[in-house]
Design a protein around this ligand. Structure first.
Ligand SMILES: [Zn+2]
Ligand SMILES: [Zn+2]
Length: 334
């Protein structure tokens, strides 16, 4: 992985837009590429969380025009296939992911000066004037994922919520869970800095090295456990923790990107305890507009997770900082 000079991308069709990137971020799934767990072709440009200004738009683009500030969804959808028409853009039959090379649709990446966005009317959303780049940059990925996790957690006012993993996605899920009026939100992680931020964001931090999460959450809920659990790690141990801390009849909503595909899923426990288990890759397009509205209204502050601001030239250092967990979240300015 390296920073290099490559030819700028160009429009390939009438529905494309060329975006001059003003800010991008390094995401946990970029680390899957960084470690070779996710295949990518040599020379592919990385990055799928980005905002920028439309520089050029094809003749068929209606919703954005040159000069508009925009945020991109991390994947593109066609808008016309059977599942797009049902509002399941994440299940689009021609879904492609930015910055993942030709194995995921051959789109460019946003950790660059420019990026081409196909089907721009659907895959770009204009940013309201009152919302800054640092506030908008997560709307097309980790903030939408946090919202997806919270919504599918079926949280009711007064509920107890547990968030497993207080990394960037977990912190977003925590902020979104609070929109549903829970009585309390527990955040489970082992990293002090993340737990501290979770506490500042209104959660009760729980470090498994210090207290058993299941015992601790049951102690606060009359022995029952959390009504809704949002799993934001993607490892089987986190799934097990999520299931263990959930009350009988409760809901586990999992959005962590699975990193162990052959692990045994504890389905006996899910059955025996009448749990609802939901998982998935966020249906991002459904959330972008409402999230921007909530940010503009001051009800969400996603920029709170940013710990490091670097230039695109320092991208290698950004990956190192993020991978070593010295950074909670890194943004890059071209
Ligand atoms: Zn991502
Ligand atoms: Zn589609």
């Amino acid at each position: 992985m390296a920073v290099s000079d490559v030819p700028g991308p160009a429009l390939t069709g009438p529905c494309d837009a060329l975006v001059r990137v003003t800010l991008s971020a390094v995401c946990g799934s970029d680390l899957h590429i960084y470690h070779g767990h996710s295949p990518v072709d040599e020379g592919a440009t990385l990055g799928h969380e980005f905002v920028g200004v439309v520089e050029q738009a094809g003749a068929g683009v209606r919703a954005v025009k040159p000069g508009d500030r925009v945020v991109a969804a991390f994947f593109t959808a066609c808008g016309g296939c059977r599942l797009c028409r049902r509002g399941w853009w994440s299940q689009c039959e021609s879904r492609a992911i930015f910055g993942h090379g030709r194995y995921f649709g051959g789109l460019g990446g946003g950790q660059a000066e420019r990026c081409v966005v196909p089907n721009a009317d659907l895959n770009l959303v204009p940013i309201p004037a009152g919302v800054g780049d640092e506030q908008a940059v997560f709307v097309g990925d980790i903030l939408a994922t946090g919202m997806f996790a919270a919504e599918r957690g079926m949280i009711c006012p007064g509920d107890t919520v547990a968030v497993v993993g207080a990394g960037p996605v977990g912190l977003m899920a925590l902020m979104c869970a609070q929109l549903y009026g829970p009585s309390r939100v527990f955040a489970i992680d082992t990293i002090g800095g993340r737990l501290e931020l979770a506490r500042e964001l209104g959660a009760v931090p729980l470090d498994p090295a210090e207290a058993h999460p299941q015992v601790e959450i049951q102690r606060h809920t009359g022995g029952a456990g959390a009504d809704a659990v949002l799993e934001c790690v993607g490892q089987i141990r986190a799934i097990e923790t999520a299931i263990n801390v959930c009350r009988g009849g409760g809901t586990v909503s999992s959005v962590g990107v699975p990193s162990e595909v052959n692990a045994d899923f504890p389905y006996f426990d899910v059955w025996n305890r009448d749990l609802t288990f939901r998982s998935g890759l966020a249906n991002v397009h459904a959330y972008m507009r409402p999230l921007l509205d909530m940010i503009e209204a001051g009800r969400l502050h996603p920029e709170r997770v940013i710990s490091h601001r670097l230039s695109l030239d320092q991208a290698e250092e950004a990956y190192r900082l993020f991978d070593s967990r010295e950074a909670t979240k890194v943004v890059l300015t071209p």
